[in-house]
Design a protein. Sequence first.
Lengths: 116, 119
Amino acid sequence: AQKVTQAQTEISVVEKEDVTLDCVYETRDTTYYLFWYKQPPSGELVFLIRRNSFDEQNEISGRYSWNFQKSTSSFNFTITASQVVDSAVYFCALSEQGTGANNLFFGTGTRLTVIP
Amino acid sequence: DAGVIQSPRHEVTEMGQEVTLRCKPISGHDYLFWYRQTMMRGLELLIYFNNNVPIDDSGMPEDRFSAKMPNASFSTLKIQPSEPRDSAVYFCASSSIWGQGNSGANVLTFGAGSRLTVL
């Protein structure tokens, strides 16, 4: 079973628009961790955020914000006032305490294109 | 810190040849991971080490793949013999569970990847 689902394969927005990337996860562990990584065209994977299952407080970092809702098993990522530099593939990932919290299960990614 | 360093960045080889990918983790990190990224399967964990000891190699596709970590600053992923279906980007990542606050989960720092093409 897919542990992390990113239903949006590709999204295109015009610069300065807001965009939300969806992430739905599945786990039986009560302790788990959620991540977002960014993969720009250069190919590297850049860590953006980590949350644990006991902390549902939403987080904002500049133009980025994350909405964690355990009730819907979702961990959505919003970019406000998007910029061309935000164009990348964004991956949501899950690790579970039951597996030692060392294996990241990645979603299939959402390719975001910001059009100038 | 220079981050996780991988080499080569690009490798083109012919089927049947041996391929060795190299990784230097971030100094002080005690976990090292090898991931593979393909269009068909996305990002998948191949193997990870803790303190140079392989902990979980269940993701290694078959006996043609092997990984070693002879010391804390170096790891290799070897494919012998290589096949066209091994073509992918191979990422090395490292982490330390210490210094991550109280979250208890590793934050992986990835290298730039090694793009392998097997003809």
